[in-house]
Ligand binder design. Structure first.
Ligand code: PMP
Length: 452
């Protein structure tokens, strides 16, 4: 009999009333891109389980790496004035992969903490340059940058900010670069990008560049709805910010490690950040890990400032954790051995074709993909792009129907995200999209049965 945990825990990110009825799905074991629940039903995990498990769900080398490291130095040792071979090797590889030559890594335990660290270091950087008043951060509507108070404050998703954002935090919000919903009639994607970057220029002008420390952005906004920016958006934005001495922070928690067909999303979208946050696929989901990567220039200033202050007053108990570092190191080794970028690039055309084929489905308004991340956006009226009423819960219904087909996906409102493990085989990719189409057809049938 399936066990549930509702007597003991409060589940985040879920409608509590729905859970009372359905309970959470209890996962028992995995095999490649498939997971099996406690009732014995097997599902294709089309989301890498929250954008994480790039190597799927039973990679034996990761299990061995963890076991061997625990046998060697136990379950923990501090990174404060200590180090360990696993984290040293990991840092070396990570910095070598980074698009910021001669940069450095600083470890954390999660994406949220890597983002927090990035903001602290942006402040420290400006303080080191004699401009401690540069504190404001530019973020974007629909952005998601974590669940700590700072993450919520930077978030542009109402449910994440709502009760949790720090009051008057000095965060400025720019438009999300979503052409499908934000583009004006007759506007090209490039004109749209110019308009958005122009709005940010005006915002900087109005606030005063001297009050702004940094802008944080995901190359592809994940939780905000898998939003792919126009090609010219980031190169122009980066040039604008650089001209004002505003740091550009790339949140690569979802985009990092091959997801877009490049090692990092910033490389796929044409910009060089000053810092990046990474987590999730860094260890194929094993925790605790996250890291902030710094450019050589940022590092130099931050280091000098920390020396001046006598200490870098920042650090998490589990950062540089030997066991997670060993697992992350093994993950990066596997990526290199499997020639990850070549693999993603080989699969990407089929992935894009599958997503593109759904664009003609009567419920799909927009279908988009890069590398192995994509989405279909469901609309009530394709001609006018009119969305469904939120109360229809169409996205939630679609993923419930996908589950019936043996496919796990995630809905972000009425946008259905697709982010399979990077080890997915071509035939499994076909299966994913066969099941998604079946779910869409089933949803069409249920909607047709209800008078609109
Ligand atoms: N940034 C981005 C872009 C994310 O997608 C997430 C998590 N989904 C985070 C930060 C926060 O990461 P974590 O949940 O590991 O704290």
């Amino acid at each position: 009999l399936a066990r549930t945990d509702l007597a003991f825990v409060l589940h985040p990110q879920t409608d509590p009333a729905l859970l009372e009825v359905e309970g959470p799905m209890i996962l028992d074991h995995g095999n490649g891109v498939f997971v099996t629940d406690s009732s014995g039903r097997t599902y294709l995990e089309g989301m890498s389980s929250l954008w994480c498990a790039a190597l799927g769900f039973n990679e034996p080398r990761l299990a061995r790496a963890a076991a061997e490291q625990i046998a060697r130095l136990g379950t923990y040792h501090t990174f404060n004035r200590r180090s360990n071979p696993a984290v040293i090797d990991l840092a070396e590889r990570l910095v070598a992969l980074s698009p910021m030559p001669d940069g450095k890594a600083i470890f954390a335990n999660s994406g949220s903490e890597a983002v927090d660290t990035m903001i602290k270091l942006a402040w420290l950087y400006h303080s080191g340059r004699g401009a401690p008043e540069r504190r404001k951060i530019i973020s974007r509507r629909r952005a998601y940058h974590g669940s700590t108070v700072l993450g919520a404050t930077l978030s542009g998703i109402p449910s994440m900010r709502g009760a949790f954002a720090w009051p008057d935090p000095g965060v400025l919000f720019a438009e999300a670069p979503h052409f499908y919903t934000g583009g004006k009639a007759g506007e090209s994607e490039e004109e749209f990008a110019d308009r958005l970057v122009g709005d940010i220029a005006a915002m900087i002008e109005a606030e005063g560049a001297q009050s702004i420390a940094a802008m944080i952005a995901e190359p592809v906004m994940g939780a905000g709805g898998v939003i792919l920016p126009p090609a010219s958006y980031f190169p122009k934005l980066a040039a604008l910010l650089r001209g004002h001495g505003i740091l550009l922070l790339s949140d690569e928690v979802i985009c990092g490690f091959g997801r877009t067909g490049e090692w990092f999303g910033c490389q796929a979208f044409g910009f060089r950040p000053d810092m990046m946050s990474v987590a999730k696929a860094l260890s194929s989901g094993y925790q605790p890990i996250g890291a902030t990567l710094l450019s050589a220039e940022v590092h130099e200033v931050v280091r000098a400032e920390a020396s001046r202050l006598g200490v870098l007053g920042h650090g998490f108990t589990y950062a540089g954790h030997p066991v997670t570092s060993a697992v992350a190191l093994e993950t990066l080794k596997i990526y290199e051995e499997m020639d990850l970028l070549a693999r993603v690039r080989a699969l990407a055309p089929a992935f894009r074709a599958h997503v593109g084929a759904l664009a003609s489905h009567p419920l799909v308004g927009d279908a988009r993909a890069v590398g192995l991340i994509g989405a279909v956006e469901l609309v009530a009226d394709r001609a006018t792009r009119r969305p469904f009423a939120a109360s229809d819960g169409v996205g939630t219904r679609l993923i419930a129907l996908a589950l019936e087909q043996g496919l796990i996906l995630r809905n972000l409102g009425d946008t259905i995200a697709i982010c399979p493990p990077l080890v997915i085989a071509p035939a499994e990719l076909d299966l994913l999209f066969t099941r998604l189409r079946q779910a869409l057809d089933a949803l069409s049938d249920t909607l047709a049965a209800i008078p609109q």
